[in-house]
Design a protein around this ligand. Structure first.
Ligand SMILES: Nc1ncnc2c1ncn2[C@@H]1O[C@H](COP(=O)(O)OP(=O)(O)OP(=O)(O)O)[C@@H](O)[C@H]1O
Length: 226
C-alpha cells in the first residue's frame, strides 16, 4: 500500500548541502507494523514528513494505494493528509482544554463526518485504545501521559486512515507504559489492517515491530536479524 521510490531530500545550510534522505526506497503491505530506527539527526522526522505529505521530497516518489502523492496538487494533498493518514507525535499534541472525546471528534469535524456520528465513533475509538470510559469526558491536560497517547492514537484513527505515522510515540513515557502503547499499535495493525510505521531512536522498541529498518547516512536498510 505504501511504495517509496528512491526519494532524496536536500537542505541547503550555508555552503553545505545536507542530504538526510539520500535515495530511499521502501515498500509496505497493508496492515504492516514497521519501524525505522536511527540516531538523532539521521533524518527520521524528515522522512516521516515526506511520507505524510507535510513536506516534499527533492526527487523521487511516494505512492500510497496507487496514488502518487508526490505530484498531487495542494488541495488533494490536504485531503490526503486529513483522510488517509493518521499522525501520532511524541508530545501527543492534544488540545489541552478539550476532553479526550472532543479531541478525537476534532478531525471528524474537518472531514465533515455527520455530527450525529462523531460522539459514537469517538467513544468506540477510545474503547479500542483501551482508555477507561470514566475518563472519556476528562480534559486532556488532566490525563496521564500514557492516557494522552492513547487519546492521540484514537484521534489518529478518527477518519479511518490506511496509514498511521508515529514519530517517537513512546519518547515521553516510562518503559512499561511505552510497551503498552507499542502493543496497542501492533494490535491495530494486525487486527484492523491499518499500516503503522513508527520512527524511533529506541532499538528495543523497534524490536517489537514486525518489519524493522535502519536509517543511517541517508540510506534505509532492512534489519533481518540481530
Ligand atoms: N528545514 C531544514 N533545513 C535545514 N536542515 C534541516 C531541516 N530539517 C532537517 N534538517 C537537517 O536534516 C537532518 C535530519 O533531521 P531530522 O530532524 O529528520 O532527524 P531525526 O532523525 O528526526 O532527528 P531527531 O531524532 O533528533 O528528531 C539534520 O541534520 C537536520 O539538521
Amino acid at each position: 500500500m505504501l511504495v517509496v521510490r528512491n526519494i532524496v531530500k536536500e537542505f541547503r545550510s550555508g555552503e553545505q548541502l545536507l542530504k538526510p534522505v539520500n535515495g530511499i526506497s521502501l515498500s509496505l503491505e497493508q496492515g504492516s507494523f514497521a519501524s525505522i530506527v536511527g540516531r538523532s539527526g539521521s533524518g527520521k522526522s524528515t522522512l516521516l514528513a515526506i511520507l505524510g505529505a507535510l513536506d516534499k521530497a527533492t526527487s523521487g516518489g511516494v505512492v500510497v494505494d496507487n496514488v502518487n502523492i508526490s505530484t498531487l496538487p495542494d488541495d488533494k494533498l490536504t485531503a490526503y493528509r486529513r483522510d488517509d493518514i493518521g499522525f501520532v507525535f511524541q508530545q501527543y499534541n492534544l488540545m489541552p482544554s478539550l476532553t479526550a472525546k472532543e479531541n478525537v471528534m476534532l478531525p471528524m469535524e474537518f472531514a465533515k463526518v455527520p455530527r450525529a456520528e462523531r460522539a459514537a465513533r469517538a467513544a468506540e475509538l477510545l474503547n479500542t485504545v483501551e482508555l477507561p470510559p470514566e475518563v472519556h469526558d476528562r480534559k486532556a491536560n488532566r490525563l496521564s501521559g500514557g492516557m494522552q497517547q492513547r487519546v492521540s492514537i484514537a484521534r489518529a484513527l478518527a477518519n479511518r486512515p490506511r496509514l498511521v505515522l508515529a514519530d517517537e510515540p513512546t519518547g515521553n513515557l516510562d518503559e512499561a507504559t511505552g510497551n503498552l502503547i507499542i502493543e496497542l499499535l501492533g494490535g491495530l495493525a494486525r487486527r484492523q489492517k491499518t499500516t503503522i510505521l513508527v520512527v524511533t531512536h529506541d532499538r528495543s522498541l523497534s524490536e517489537r515491530t514486525d518489519r524493522r529498518f535502519r536509517l543511517a547516512q541517508g540510506k534505509l536498510e532492512e534489519i533481518t536479524r540481530d
